[in-house]
Design a protein around this ligand. Sequence first.
Ligand code: ZN
Length: 366
Amino acid sequence: MSTGWVFHELYLWHDTGTYAGVFQAGLTIEPGEHAENPATKRRFRNLLEVSGLLGQLTAIKPEPLSEADIALFHTGEHIERIKTLSAERGGDAGELTPFGQGSFEIALLAAGGTYAAIDAVLKGKVRNAYALVRPPGHHAERDKGRGFCIFGNVAVAIMKARKTHKLGRVATVDWDVHHGNGTQQAFYADSTTLTISIHQDRLFPVDSGMVEENGEGAGEGYNLNIPMPPGSGVGAYIAAFERVVVPALKRFKPELIVVPSGFDAGGTDPLGRMMIHSGGYRELTRMLMEVADDICGGRLVLSHEGGYSATNVPYCGLAVMEQLAGSRTAVEDPWLKIMERWGWQDLQPHQEGAIDKAALALSRIK
Ligand SMILES: [Zn+2]
């Protein structure tokens, strides 16, 4: 069975405006691009094409979700506000989330892209799938956009899939360097969705993603955070997957695994301080595929989130896609040899301490 691929040109047309990284440009710094601009996404897709891998993937066409679909998670006020601003000149969706004209429709198409990937996997059209969508989604909260995210693509898509498919347990494994606060909020009181986030400790949002946040009410025990110290490398991530993520998935036994996939834990990312290289992302993908094969027929969907290094994201993305598709191209990542030799790539004692703390919550998953 093949690997699905979701993309739409409009994802690159979502306009985050003139900025200086994440700050408004003005008289204190020269105006430039917003950190969340199309370049990394375009270059990821283009490397797939040039490598020849794109031709081996099964293209899945995204359709926009409806406002009613978005309302499965978000408030009507939030949806209406984005729609109104988008029809005018754009605005800010909440916190650090600038957008231009037409971004409402593009955001519906982004959520629709994530849903289309899930739908194709659940229907057995493809074994696994990657949705290269934009704007990203995992920071968007019920009533507001946050951290470059307008609507919670993964949260909304899972909620819609629950309605359209006989879908029971779902697990999310968010490997973006930032906390998946929006996805956590969406399912915090829900025992049928296990939400896991591994991220740099108190990076963004600074007030969430703590190891103690384990869910509430019926969802008590079904949210796992693995906040890692800055500087964590491939050894730390693999250990966290071996000791927390994989055991959690094996206890929970989901029917589908969805990965909010950010490449901003990459070693040259301007917004993160971790050291993962393309080989690391390849290995984490392999581990998730192995556990998905064990427990849910290999059903694995990745939906794009962050990743801001224009020269590293394409290689990390290609490595993940090669692993998903079971096919190696001739492309070699020049960063890999360098980053593999960086100091502190191995698991360090203080990182092990953070992983051990997160593992304490495993026994609450039934
Ligand atoms: Zn991120």
